[in-house]
Design a protein around this ligand. Structure first.
Ligand code: DX5
Length: 221
């Protein structure tokens, strides 16, 4: 299992400190949320910020593109240092070509789905993806409540992947904390993005990630 702090919830005035604390605490990689104010009702970071993170850590970086024209941003986020590029199936009508274009840059292609989007949207693209991100909140903001309805979708995706013999990760993002991480892990997710429960936690990111790991592993024991 991997724990991926979402940098959206860090204190940008102390970015270097927060990144270092998360690295010291055992972060497996970082997620960078790229929003355009169109696909989601918020604007956050762009490719330049990916470059900033690249300068601050050697850990892998995943760019979660919450933008209306993901095709336009693949080259830039890759050039800035993203190792994984996650695109929303809802944001493109050419998912096959988009995943191919990501792979051609050398980045790992991943597909994201909003809470109410069906798995049927991506079932014919699973062979092309190294990971599927099932959103457990509507994308756009940190600090929202985990949508439990998605647990069933995690279960169905895990069994579809197993049936087809595909080694594709299932990532969850949104409202992941010491309680919900266990639910998601039990349902079959193995990569966990956490923002406010890491950067907003008492004791700092290290202690927070230790709690998350313990809860997740406890759930599968
Ligand atoms: C939502 C983002 C998340 C967000 C998660 O659009 O993709 O990464 O930062 O934040 P928490 O963990 O606070 O729900």
């Amino acid at each position: 299992m991997l724990i991926v702090p979402s940098i959206l919830s860090a204190n940008f005035a102390c970015l270097e400190r927060d990144v270092a604390a998360a690295v010291a605490g055992g972060a497996d990689r970082f997620q960078i949320d790229i929003m355009d104010g169109h696909f989601v009702p918020n604007i956050s970071m762009g490719p330049m910020f990916v470059g900033t993170m690249r300068a601050l850590t050697r850990l892998p970086l995943e760019a979660h593109l919450m933008v209306s024209r993901p095709e336009q941003w693949v080259e830039a986020v890759r050039a800035a240092g993203a190792d994984h590029i996650i695109v929303h199936a809802e944001a493109t009508v050419h998912l096959h070509s988009l995943l191919q274009a990501i792979a051609a840059t050398g980045a790992k292609p991943a597909i994201a789905l909003n809470p109410a989007s069906p798995l049927s949207l991506i079932e014919d693209a699973l062979e092309q993806a190294t990971m599927v991100l099932l959103m457990t909140v509507e994308p756009g903001f940190g600090g929202q409540k985990f949508i439990r309805m998605v647990l069933d979708k995690i279960r169905r995706l895990r069994s579809a992947l197993d049936q087809r013999g595909l080694a594709c990760d299932i990532e969850v993002d949104g409202g992941v904390d010491a309680t919900t991480i266990g639910w998601a892990r039990e349902a079959g997710a193995n990569v966990f993005v956490a923002g406010s429960s890491v950067f907003g936690a008492e004791g700092g990111p290290g202690a927070a990630m230790a709690r998350l790991r313990k809860s997740a592993l406890g759930a599968s024991a």
